[in-house]
Write a protein that binds this ligand. Structure first.
Ligand code: RB5
Length: 147
């Protein structure tokens, strides 16, 4: 499974830590930037880049980190095929995938530290969509909004 990561200055440090964590676990990673810390960069640039990569199928899942996770989430959800959410609890990070087919996890680099991020990221990447009828039916109703 390939995972694409992105972050602005608010999430840069946590992105670097999450990247190292996933690489050490053997995941294929694409870093969509920012590749250097830039206090003046803008979260939409990286959120949109990650979202497009996931939407095009070039990565299975994406993780975007800004200061709160909120701006990244708002921007990513503008791209068709992307289902992004801020999850700072493990229940949502897993259920968001199993019930809702969430494919982008947004985190707040100013909200959580690396140990919490590790648990959230593991829950997100290790969980699959349930494919249960009721979840497919609900997802279809959401996907119909993109047509
Ligand atoms: C940047 O200062 C900050 O606004 C951004 O990282 C993010 O938190 C937006 O939601």
């Amino acid at each position: 499974m390939k995972i694409v990561l992105g972050a602005d200055h608010g999430g840069f440090e946590l992105k670097e830590q999450v990247k190292e964590f996933l690489v050490n676990l053997g995941y294929a990673i694409e870093d969509a930037g920012n590749l250097v810390y830039d206090a003046k960069d803008d979260y939409p640039d990286f959120a949109i880049k990650v979202a497009k990569i996931v939407s095009e199928g070039a990565a299975t899942k994406g993780i975007i980190i800004c200061g709160s996770g909120v701006g990244a989430c708002i921007a990513a959800n503008k791209i068709n095929g992307v289902r992004a959410c801020v999850c700072h609890d493990t229940y949502s990070a897993k259920q968001g995938v199993s019930h809702d087919d969430m494919n982008v996890l947004c985190l707040g680099g100013r909200i959580i530290g690396i140990e919490t991020a590790k648990e959230l990221v593991l829950g997100f990447v290790q969980t699959s969509f349930s494919n249960e009828e009721r979840h497919k039916r609900r997802l279809e109703k959401v996907l119909a909004l993109e047509k």
